[in-house]
Design a protein around this ligand. Structure first.
Ligand code: HDE
Length: 760
């Protein structure tokens, strides 16, 4: 007798349940299988359909109760354990043959600990690697009902959201305040499934067709030989590409404007970029562009500030977002729609709606608010949430569909594809941060990191074995049904329509819509970036591009580079400016603004307390800066010091105030600490003068056109920093409260624009 066959039969006897048919098996427990080398006489499959085919398992296959909270599985119980749940008595010493002997290979705890550590990192995102995120809620106004049936847009519907902001070019550990586009991706966990609005803070893109994406990114990323520069566009390959590929001109101009260096993620607009197709309850379609409008206004850094911050606090934007949320200054944005009739040509006022290098000026199609987003909670674990979140343009809900923009088509492929390699397989939707907040009943099975224990035997349709489940829904039951738009009859071609050839009219519109000071910043940004290029041909070609935007822009940059300015090769139009494109000429709330208060033990500490209280009441962040850390007036009413002179730099603050200097002629602000100041590299301290770090702080803040000043006898200190006490944006007086009120009013405009030579 074949010994193998005998062994199999013996095993089958022990495994077989008392009943010999699957129908009488224990519900929820797989019937015993008969291992056999031959076809069994009676089929053991199919298993009976289970009563609950969809709900999450309440017990694991081994009978352990599941709470559904994955954090609990990882961190339950008071004792340190191995990954297998066995308690440990020591995790600080390897198992050795004697105290000074060799480490033993049998130390399974050492091996588990180090092996897990070795695999802690996952590949960073190929673009948008550096990010910061927060949780929040979106509440619909109900104003979009005419154009979209999306349930989360209905009046008063509150939908949980997760928002991730990012830079594009830098690696995960790069600095925040580089000149770059910012990602603005929002995941809505709606009652109809997940909707992702994966946008940027710039409303146009470098390319019109996704097939060019690897080209622009390869050009923008560091040079492949030395891998420099990090997170910058100021290098030859970037300018080589964008000067040859002139459809990038519009996006590049936005990058060179103040939009490329936001003050805060809380102070950026967001744009869906593409035109989307909305579908209402009656099935009628409307084309639309999505806009996020920050309640705090759109504000930027100055380039020198941005560069200093990169060294002083590379996590500036990340910190700002987390601090503001923690302090209760919850940032808000209104979601708005620009809508256009869904015409056959997909054009609006001569603008091609399928060309993502074009905007539609808000003066032609106003942004209509449809809901409000509030970010109100920080992440608990950066890796689990911010790093593992997976956005995808194809995560759509009923009522929001895509158009034939060739850029969006490529994105619909790319996002899913990239998550598979980044998150190690196709089951990333099961990660807690990516899970929909509605029941999921797909027929996707197995794969790496599968954590669901699927039931039933028929993950296919049609089936009869699982009772025909799951069922299909119709449009009235919340199914996503593609809008049945007509596709024009055409031949296959690799070509773009003629309207895509216009690369300069909208950059010119943008330039003409800027205020003088914004134009000056654009000129300096181009001059800076091109000065970092080595290839003369790249600089000359870029100047030819600039000539097609505006002769003044071209001439000024050419002068900065020491090159002749070429003539335009296209006819320069005179489009009506779009004031909505400018960031200036408004006032906004001061929530989360950081006010530095310079004080020492001899300062007017009552005034410091007054200013702190007023700033906190106004939703601002007051930080006391003193010669050393610790507290001022420890024996009276102590004032905690948040920054010492050694650790503080002006770029951290939106405004700087000096807390009254008591006695005239006395050393101000810790000049007694001269040795410490010198050691910190602040230079020589004049006898009887103010600490040079305070002087630097004032000079720098003043140069960056921030509000500066103080109360009491501070004129002499201001003058040491070349700050004229009566000048614009310099607030002085005898009463601390009044000085703060003047400061708060000026902060509403973000900066003291009168101090810029070009003006607003
Ligand atoms: Fe992305 N983009 N993108 N992009 N994109 C990615 O997906 C891609 C584009 C945007 O915080 C990747 O998960 C292609 C436009 C944001 O996790 C990748 C094209 C806009 C984020 C990808 C574009 C964006 C990404 C890399 C050309 C604004 C970060 C990692 C057609 C509307 C999302 C990832 C986050 C990330 C592909 C163009 C925004 C590779 C092929 C236009 C905010 O899939």
């Amino acid at each position: 007798k074949n010994p193998l066959k005998a062994a199999v039969e013996k095993a089958a006897d022990t495994l077989r349940e008392p009943s010999d048919g699957p129908e009488e098996g224990v519900p929820g427990k797989p019937a015993a299988r008969t291992p056999s080398l031959e076809q069994p006489t009676r089929p053991v499959e199919p298993l009976p359909p289970k009563a609950d085919q969809t709900g999450p398992a309440e017990v694991s296959p081994t009978g352990q109760e599941l709470s559904g909270d994955p954090a609990e599985a990882a961190q339950a119980g008071a004792h340190l354990t191995t990954a297998q749940g066995t308690r440990l008595y020591d995790t600080d010493h390897s198992l050795k043959a004697g105290e000074r002997g060799p480490v033993l290979l049998q130390d399974h705890h050492l091996r588990e600990k180090i092996t897990h550590f070795d695999h802690e990192r996952i590949p960073e995102r190929v673009v948008h690697a550096r990010g910061a995120a927060a949780h929040g809620v979106f509440v619909g106004y109900g104003t979009a009902g005419d154009v979209s049936r999306a349930a989360f847009l209905a009046e008063g519907v509150a939908t949980p959201v997760f928002t991730r902001f990012s830079t594009v070019l830098g690696s995960r550990g790069s600095a925040d305040t580089v000149r770059d586009t910012r990602g603005f991706a929002v995941k809505f966990y709606t009652d109809e499934g997940v909707f992702d609005l994966v946008g940027n803070n710039i409303p146009v893109f470098f390319i019109q067709d996704a097939i060019k994406f690897p080209d622009i990114i390869h050009a923008g990323k560091p040079h492949p030989d030395r891998e420099i520069p990090q997170a910058q566009s100021a290098h030859d390959t970037f300018w080589d590409f964008v000067s040859l590929h002139t459809e990038a001109t519009h996006h590049t101009l936005w990058n060179m404007s103040d939009r490329g260096i936001p003050r805060s993620y809380r102070m950026m607009e967001g744009f869906g970029v593409h035109t989307f197709r909305l579908v209402n309850a009656a099935g009628a379609t409307t084309l639309a562009k999505f806009h996020w409008k920050p309640k705090l206004g759109v504000h930027s850094l100055l380039w020198e500030e941005a560069q200093v911050i990169n060294g002083v606090d590379p996590d500036f934007h990340r910190r700002d977002l987390a601090d503001a949320i923690e302090a209760g200054a919850h940032p808000q944005w209104e979601l708005g729609l620009q809508t256009f009739p869904d015409t056959e040509d997909q054009m609006f006022e001569g603008i091609d709606l399928l060309d993502s290098t074009k905007i539609v000026p808000e003066e032609l199609a106003p942004v209509q608010p449809v809901g409000v987003l509030t970010l109100n909670a920080n992440v608990s674990n950066y890796f689990a949430e911010t790093e593992q979140v997976a956005f995808h343009v194809g995560h759509l809900v009923p009522g929001i569909d895509v158009t034939d923009d060739p850029l969006v088509a490529g994105r619909l492929h790319s996002y899913l594809d990239t998550q598979i390699s980044r998150l190690g397989g196709p089951n990333f939707a099961q990660l807690p941060i990516n899970r929909p907040h509605v029941p999921v009943n797909d027929m996707l099975r197995d794969g790496r990191h599968q954590s669901a224990v699927h039931r039933g035997v028929a993950p296919y349709r049609p089936n009869s074995l699982d009772g025909g489940c799951p069922f299909l829904a119709g449009a009235t039951e919340g199914a996503f049904v593609e809008a049945p738009v007509t596709v024009p009859e055409a031949s296959k071609v690799r070509r773009a329509p003629a309207s895509y050839d216009d690369h300069f009219s909208q950059p010119r519109l943008f330039w003409l819509s800027m205020t003088p000071v914004e134009r000056e910043h654009i000129i300096s940004a181009y001059t800076f970036e091109l000065s970092k290029c080595y290839e003369q041909a790249v600089k000359e070609r870029t100047l030819r591009v600039l000539a097609n935007i505006d002769p003044v822009l071209c001439q000024e940059v050419a002068t900065g580079l020491g090159l002749p300015a070429p003539e335009a090769t296209v006819e320069l139009g005179t489009p009506a400016p779009s004031p909505a494109l400018s960031q200036l000429r408004g006032t906004w709330p001061g929530d989360g603004r950081v006010v530095g208060i310079v004080a020492d033990a001899d300062s007017d500490l009552a005034g410091v307390r007054t200013v702190r209280e007023a700033a906190l009441a106004a939703g601002m962040v007051p930080l006391v800066i003193a010669p050393t850390g610790g507290v001022l007036d420890p024996d009276g009413d102590p004032v905690t010091v948040q920054r010492s002179f050694t650790a503080a730099r002006s770029v951290e603050f939106d405004a700087v105030l000096l807390a009254g200097v008591p006695a005239a002629g006395k050393d101000a602000y810790g000049a007694r600490d001269a040795r410490a100041a010198r050691a910190a590299g602040a230079g020589a301290v004049p006898r009887g003068g103010t600490d040079p770090r305070v002087v630097l702080m004032l000079t720098e803040a003043f140069r960056h056109n921030k509000v500066v000043g103080g109360w009491g006898d501070v004129a002499a200190v201001l003058e040491q920093a070349d700050v004229s006490p009566g000048g614009p944006g310099v607030v002085t007086g005898t009463d601390a409260g009044a000085v703060f009120d003047a400061l708060a009013e000026l902060l509403g405009a973000h900066r003291v624009w009168d101090r810029f030579p070009a003006g607003v």
